[in-house]
Design a protein around this ligand. Structure first.
Ligand SMILES: O=C(O)c1ccc(O)c(O)c1
Ligand SMILES: [Mg+2]
Length: 646
């Protein structure tokens, strides 16, 4: 598959954009006219620049409000067209995007529009240039792909074809199943963009909130599969109008764009596979469903099976190491061992493993210097760690090789987008996890019942604008799926939160973005330079027993106001004794259908992160979003130092 991107998708000057696009290994580029008009050189300089970078200029766009015009206005269109064809000849662009007329006075006459498109195609054809007609979703008379196709078919000119754009096709409630029946050779170009489903005018959604495929909620994979089934063989080109990307780092956007296209290609394979299974046995649909595809698609190693979080690694110095160890012991963790060659301790409770890394001259140490005591790595338990790394590399993640001492294992790992490390490790037949061989294990200490047995979720805060990239990373690399966005109220602003998780809910990450400057999440990001783990929730089978134990060992629990419990009593029919116990133990509550959720929070560690204990009953599948605002308000009442992560 040839991969392309429109220059409007990136920030920067035109040369910066082209360099970033080439560095991310795109094959081609759509030149968006304002990028050219504002460039202090001639079109031929742009052609040379693209050629030097190994980029094909696929298309020049947009040519607007060209059809459905009265005679005088159409004469002006033809005049304008000739000037732009001059430009395109110099630019070396073979295809012009003509979008459907959006002027209120456009004439509603298909015959006229088709005739005018034909006249334009005749002019373009004389120069060896082709025109592609695209329906804008807010076009005055032509707003759907099938209407645009009827005009193209009626105009019947070899230099006129159809341009399909996933946004315009999928954003409207319009049946797009006919795409696969279009003649593929008449589809001249395909643009891809995703978007969230927001209740706003399509024009606003398109101009400001498009996002990379995989970051939004449109079925871009299904759309692309239909386009390829129609027999289309041209490039897939990203066209992302997005406010945040206009100011995001250019190279990062280009890299994310490539990851997104690769993700779409894999989605297409999945749609094809599902279609093949569906059509098995239905003879007449079988040939259509399994007609050989004409282009090759990205085929990465399949996702490894995710069985959970194997360990979480904290970057600490000696003082923080001792303090965190003390906190963990009060929570019920035991020291399980010490690293063979490094200043690193392993703590555990149930299946939970925390690594406290105070080794000087290590990646963890650099992380500590930059961010303070914080989570610097997360390791996943998978069935095949090397396949997991191979897949991540295929999606453009740099592999990480740490320093390995004698008798130590080299853990396969990658650097994640925020700079933290991601490791993959495997459980052995004897039940131990691979990475534990690096530790000289203690022989235990007094066994006590575990307060918690596994990690339920790890919540992270991300800088403004980083959520979409994080969603795409986890989706493409780890095959996690995003859950719906929720908005949480902090006393000093709003926090947008979107969780991503695997189907079996072995791994769950709520990702939080603070939109104000003063929310706890925003202050945490600015104080500690970047993203980070905000809290770790541990799952327990008996939160009430665990809470009593934490009280006894002196863990500082976040105090919850009495008003909250009055409100609970009003909202839910809860047993009075239960409510009294929850009040005493600062346990919060939520309900979803028959499912119930109990949770409590510890006070923040060094103002950086905290722990949560949760008990899920009866299939409760959320995170107590209703309680997050209570938590943020409650922690704002703590001492100034401790309020940072709220
Ligand atoms: O918003 C627009 O005007 C616009 C222009 C060109 C396109 O290809 C498109 O999808 C939208
Ligand atoms: Mg478009």
């Amino acid at each position: 598959m040839r991969r392309s991107i429109a220059t409007v998708s990136l920030s920067g000057t035109l040369p910066e954009k082209l360099e970033a696009i080439a560095a991310a290994r795109f094959d081609g580029v759509e030149i968006f006219e304002p990028d050219l008009t504002g460039f202090p050189g001639r079109p031929r300089d742009i052609r040379d620049m693209a050629a030097d970078l190994g980029l094909t200029i696929e298309l020049f766009q947009p040519f607007r409000n060209a059809e459905g015009l009265g005679p005088a206005a159409f004469q002006r269109t033809l005049h304008r067209l000739e000037r732009k064809l001059d430009l395109m000849e110099e630019l070396g662009a073979p295809l012009m995007l003509v979008c459907s007329n959006v002027e209120p006075d456009a004439i509603d006459d298909d015959g006229l529009a088709a005739e005018q498109l034909r006249a334009m195609a005749e002019r373009a054809g004389a120069r060896g240039i082709r025109l592609g007609y695209e329906a804008l979703a807010w076009g005055t008379h032509v707003s759907t792909f099938d209407h645009a196709w009827r005009l193209v078919e009626r105009a019947d000119h070899p230099h006129l074809g159809l341009i399909l754009d996933s946004f315009h096709t999928l954003a409207l409630p319009h049946d797009w199943s006919g795409i696969a029946d279009l003649p593929g050779e008449r589809i001249f170009f395909v643009q891809l963009a995703d978007a969230p489903r927001l209740d706003m005018a399509t024009l606003m959604l398109s101009r400001h909130h498009r996002c990379l495929p995989g970051q939004g909620e449109l079925n871009v994979g299904g759309f692309t599969e239909a386009v390829l089934r129609a027999g289309y063989t041209g490039p897939l080109s990203l066209e992302i109008f997005n406010d945040a990307l206009r100011s995001a780092p250019t190279r990062q956007t280009a890299k994310d764009g490539m990851r997104s296209l690769l993700h779409v290609e894999e989605q297409v394979r999945r749609v094809e596979a599902a279609r093949r299974i569906l059509s098995d046995g239905v003879a007449e649909t079988k040939s259509i469903a399994t007609a050989p595809r004409r282009v090759e698609l990205f085929d990465p190693p399949t996702p490894a099976r995710l069985d959970g979080v194997a360990f979480v690694e904290f970057a600490v110095n000696h003082a923080a190491q001792a303090k965190l160890a003390d906190e963990l012991k009060r929570l019920g963790f035991r020291r399980l061992g010490r690293h063979r060659s490094k200043d690193v301790d392993l703590y555990g409770m149930g299946d939970i493993r925390f690594v406290l890394n105070a080794e000087p001259h290590s990646t963890a140490h650099s992380y500590y210097l930059l961010h303070g005591a914080s989570v610097c790595a997360i390791a996943y338990e998978v069935d095949d760690p090397l396949r997991a790394v191979g897949r991540a590399e295929a999606f453009g993640c740099p592999r990480f090789e740490g320093r390995v001492g004698p008798n130590e294992l080299s853990l396969p790992g990658i650097r994640s987008i925020g700079g933290e490390l991601v490791y993959f490790t495997r459980r052995r037949a004897d039940g131990s996890i691979d990475f534990e061989t690096d530790f000289l294990l203690d022989d235990g200490g007094a066994a006590q019942p575990d307060a918690a047995h596994r990690i339920d979720h790890i919540a992270q805060v991300l800088p403004e604008g980083a959520l979409d990239a994080a969603i795409l990373f986890h989706r493409a690399v780890l095959d996690l799926e995003p859950e719906p966005v929720v908005v949480l109220a902090d006393p000093f602003g709003l926090v947008r939160s979107r969780a991503i998780s695997d189907q079996r809910r072995r791994v769950r990450f709520p990702l939080n973005i603070a939109s104000g400057r003063n929310t706890s999440a925003a202050r945490s990001v600015s104080t500690y330079l970047g993203a980070g783990v905000h809290h770790i929730a541990l799952e327990t089978s008996d939160l009430f027993a665990a809470a009593e134990r934490l009280r006894a060992t002196g863990v500082a629990i976040l105090p919850i106001p009495a008003n909250y419990y009055d409100d609970l009593a009003a909202r839910f029919d809860l047993d009075e004794d239960l409510l009294a116990t929850m009040t005493r133990l600062n346990i919060l509550y939520d309900r979803q259908g028959d499912g119930e959720f109990f949770q409590l929070y510890t006070q923040p560690f060094e103002g950086r992160f905290f722990f949560e204990l949760v008990e899920r009953r009866g299939g409760y599948d959320q995170y107590g979003a209703a309680n997050a605002s209570i938590r943020m308000a409650a922690s704002s009442q703590l001492g100034a130092h401790d309020t940072l992560v709220g």
